[in-house]
Design a protein around this ligand. Structure first.
Ligand SMILES: C[S@@+](CC[C@H](N)C(=O)[O-])C[C@H]1O[C@@H](n2cnc3c(N)ncnc32)[C@H](O)[C@@H]1O
Length: 558
């Protein structure tokens, strides 16, 4: 018994297992789960190939649009961006079951059906709509988690088709303790009068943080809120606020007492069914500190408490809440209008239900700061990129985006076009500036036999080797001109590949020999060297503090 307790405590405290909620939470099971829980590890690394023709504006702007299945695209991006993304916003297919919307219902799209057949095997035939959706989402969320920085958060749009299952699945993947909120977004403002049961008016935004290091941000104050602060006295600008609260005199007899207006001498009691919000002692303090407002002429019959602007508890911002009404975060009609204005093409709506830019701006205000990297792996019409560009313009910041969209036609004619127009301007709307690179998935880094595929460049392999060895993205300063990729935890990591040292050395410098060793940038500490072979003996390597790893075998392939 004692032993089991210890083992349980160990697992709860262990960084990997503590994510899972075996101990106090129910977990979700479905057909096909076993086949997908570790699938993200088996997904091969692909190369990304950029297309200059479809890229727009400043190519060095740090923004990226990738066309391809997000499972492969995310894996391809991982060596570059693991742990670097502050805010992931995704709007996956809601799994509505509406078969006409093949692309909106990705669990039934031809690509996903093919993928499920491959990954889940024969069992895929028996999968229900929900099983398929869960199988599709699980490995993608597992990889997305790896992108988040410790102070990052993921926000997922969903509706009641999968809200409950997604919540449980995210508890399992991100840890129930990292659940932040399930925000309700009022997506519609007009009720569908022909609805047969209860007309749905809202979607959800499930918010999970990566760890307790995440800090939510405040929403900017609105002019409407600021306008309430229109009074002024010697202590500053204030707005009058209610002096009563919603309890009866029977419930709170100590809060039911007369207050005298000093200007009229009138004794005043709270209205029936209410009491004062403050005790006699607090009221006395308010009188002493001149905190009570009796109206413009001072002769009012109702006291108010003065709320001073400079004393606002959270300074400039508004504390986020779990209810986002349409006037705060937009609605689906605004989203459609935005697309119509930009693209003049309503066929888009046959395939995707866009989100309003304002909704995603709210997400950015809540969960990103001025230099954050934002990732959206179900890009659709590109509203996330548009919101990032607009938010940068609004607050003079430099957020960057990475978007992924699977459908070639959507990606090229909708996503890329919309972002391009947002950047360059359209009709009489001025451009927001910036640019993005358009990329597609290339071949895998390794071929079927595990060898490095011909044509893989030094930089591509370097990013892969560094990430496989350290679990971290290659340091930015790596420029492809030196075999030293970076130093991680005191260990220097080198790659000898594609004649990085030129042909002065044996085998184009891909084999570790005495002369090659002399040419390597020095490091005072342990060294890990990846190369095609080594001519140095075990004793010599040990003396030099070198661990030699032969490529491709020494590189973790997935
Ligand atoms: C609900 S829409 C997103 C709408 C988007 N938020 C907007 O405002 O326009 C979902 C998008 O994800 C895309 N998608 C579905 N499965 C995908 C996958 N496996 N990889 C990449 N994109 C995918 C669909 O083609 C569709 O465009």
């Amino acid at each position: 018994m004692r032993k089991r307790l210890k083992w349980g405590t160990f697992l709860e405290n262990c960084p990997v297992w503590s994510r899972f909620s075996f101990f106090d939470m129910p977990t979700l099971d479905w057909i096909g789960k076993k086949a997908v829980v570790n699938h993200h590890r088996e997904v091969p690394y692909h190369l990304l190939k950029c297309d200059k023709e479809l890229s727009v504006g400043d190519p060095g702007s740090g923004n990226l649009l990738v066309q391809g299945d997000n499972l492969l695209a995310l894996k391809a991006l991982l060596p570059y961006y693991a742990g670097r993304v502050k805010c992931i916003y995704i709007d996956p297919p809601y799994n509505t079951g509406n078969e006409n919307w093949v692309y909106n219902d990705a669990a039934n799209s031809p690509e996903i059906r093919k993928w499920l057949g491959k990954v889940v095997g024969a069992e895929a035939e028996d999968l229900s709509r929900h099983d398929k959706w869960l199988c599709m989402m699980y490995p993608r969320l597992m990889i997305l988690r790896e992108f988040l920085s410790e102070d990052g958060a993921i926000i997922v749009s969903i509706d009641d088709n999968e809200n409950a299952t997604l919540h449980l699945m995210m508890d399992e993947i991100f840890g129930a303790k990292n659940f932040v909120a399930n925000v309700i977004w009022q997506k519609k403002y007009a009720v569908a009068n022909d609805h047969k049961t209860i007309a749905p008016m809202h979607d959800y935004l499930l918010v999970y943080r990566r760890s307790e290091k995440w800090k939510r941000r405040l929403f900017p104050r609105t002019e409407e809120k600021d306008r309430l602060y229109k009074h002024k006295d010697a202590q500053g600008i204030f707005r009058p606020d209610n002096y009563t609260c919603n309890k009866t005199a029977d419930e709170r007899p100590n809060l039911f007492y007369p207050i005298t207006n000093p200007n009229t001498g009138e004794e005043i009691y709270p209205k029936r069914t209410r009491v004062w919000a403050y005790s006699k002692e607090e009221h006395a303090r308010h009188i002493r500190d001149n905190m009570i407002y009796w109206g413009k002429d001072g002769k009012g019959k109702v006291p108010s408490i003065k709320r001073y602007k400079h004393l606002l508890r959270h300074g400039e911002g508004i504390v986020p809440q779990t209810l986002w009404m349409h006037d705060f975060a937009g609605h689906t009609d605004t989203a459609k209008k935005e697309i119509r204005d930009i693209l003049d093409d309503s066929r888009v709506f046959d395939f995707i239900t866009p989100k309003p830019t304002l909704l995603i701006s709210r997400v950015l205000q809540l969960a990103s700061d001025s230099t954050s990297l934002i990732l959206d792996s179900f890009a659709g019409s590109g509203s996330t990129a548009h919101a990032v560009l607009a938010q940068n313009k609004a607050d003079g910041s430099t957020r960057h985006f990475i978007l992924i969209e699977m459908e070639e036609s959507i990606c090229q004619t909708v996503t890329a076009q919309r972002i391009a127009r947002a950047i360059e301007g359209y009709k009489d709307i001025p451009g927001l500036g910036g640019g993005f690179r358009f990329c597609r998935l290339g071949s895998t880094v390794f071929d079927e036999t595990g060898n490095i595929r011909a044509g893989v460049t030094f930089n591509e392999l370097a990013a892969h080797v560094y990430f496989a060895e350290t679990g971290e993205p290659i340091p930015k300063r790596t420029n492809g001109k030196t075999p030293l990729l970076g130093i991680h935890n005191g260990k220097a990591i080198y790659l000898l590949y594609n004649g990085i040292l030129g042909d002065r050395s044996f085998g184009g410098g891909n084999v570790l020999t005495n002369p090659v060793l002399k040419m390597l940038p020095p490091h005072n500490g342990p060294r890990i060297i990846f190369g095609e072979g080594s001519r140095l003996g075990t004793a010599r390597l040990k003396r030099e503090g070198i661990i030699f790893k032969q490529i491709p075998y020494g590189i973790k392939v997935t």
